[in-house]
Design a protein around this ligand. Structure first.
Ligand code: BV8
Length: 227
């Protein structure tokens, strides 16, 4: 059985990583539109760099939870029949044991060079505008997909949605596209669909089944059922 799992901020909530919507639209004190767009970066690069530097630094203080670990167990059981795609830019799936994680909105721990387009692991706050390790130009930005930018790996994601038997969405509000549309796409191609979320998401009616509660309980229970 081929399974696609999409995760959002809700899977990392119990690890202590703030979600976007539970903070009343304010995200670490910022309005999302003010920091997660290319225009914001052009207008006030230091504000945006600081926003991501702070979230990156906060990663050292959090641990993966039982939901991340359960998905790593699922990967062991299903191998290549599991395609895990996350909207999250944290590294908790990897630290929870998952080997193949597809970050459609990028990763906090990677920098993207605006000069050579090369990617590199971040070892210094980007607010200091360190030189790109590949080309030396001090033009490193966070390697994240902002509003108005194209998510990563969309072709592969679409192909996986077309051929999966089961699509499971974990911890996402269903507010941001194209991720929010994945459930409909999977359904159109014959997949069964399951939502695991604290509360009904904006797209909950598109799912064949929806279970509501904390991911740290729902995800391990579901993985135990499946395996
Ligand atoms: C694109 C990275 C073209 C950066 C992010 C008008 C209509 C429709 C669409 C648009 C429109 N105007 C503009 C658009 C497009 C736009 C969009 O959708 N805007 C929205 C606001 C309407 N989208 C884009 O611009 C995207 N690009 O469309 O390009 C394209 C399209 C298709 C193909 C090719 C090209 C790019 C969007 C990416 C933006 N970057 N993140 C960063 O992190 O800083 S978005 C960010 O918010 C996340 O990545 C995620 O995608 C999104 C939503 O966050 P969630 O993960 O869902 O978190 P949230 O807080 O919202 O919800 C948490 C959920 O967890 C809640 O339901 C809660 O109940 C639950 N929960 C809480 N605790 C727990 C829990 N669940 C379980 N257990 C718990 N303990």
């Amino acid at each position: 059985m081929r399974v696609v799992v999409l995760t959002g901020a809700g899977i990392s909530a119990e690890s202590g990583v703030p979600t976007f919507r539970d903070a009343d639209g304010l995200w670490e004190g910022h309005r999302v539109e003010d920091v997660a767009t290319p225009e914001a970066y052009e207008a006030q690069p230091s504000v945006v760099q600081r926003f991501y530097d702070e979230r990156r630094a906060a990663l050292d203080g959090v641990e993966p939870n039982a939901a991340h670990q359960a998905l790593a167990r699922l990967e062991e059981a299903l191998g290549d029949d599991l395609y895990l795609v996350t909207q999250n830019i944290d590294d908790l799936h990897e630290r929870g044991g998952s080997q193949r994680v597809h970050h459609m909105h990028g990763r906090l721990r990677t920098a993207l060079c605006r000069a050579c387009r090369g990617r590199s692991e971040v070892h210094h706050p980007l607010l200091e505008f360190p030189p790109c390790p590949r080309c030396g130009v001090p033009e490193l930005r966070p390697d994240v997909v902002w509003f108005g930018e194209v998510p990563y790996e969309m072709d592969t994601i679409i192909a996986e949605l077309q051929r999966c038997d089961l699509f499971v969405s974990v911890g996402t509000s269903g507010a941001v596209y194209p991720a929010a549309g994945f459930v409909q796409y999977a359904r159109q191609h014959g997949a069964r669909t399951l939502e695991l979320n604290l509360v009904p998401s904006e797209g909950t009616y598109f799912f064949d089944e929806a279970r509501h509660g904390p991911a740290s309980r729902l995800v391990p229970d579901w993985v135990d059922e499946l395996t």
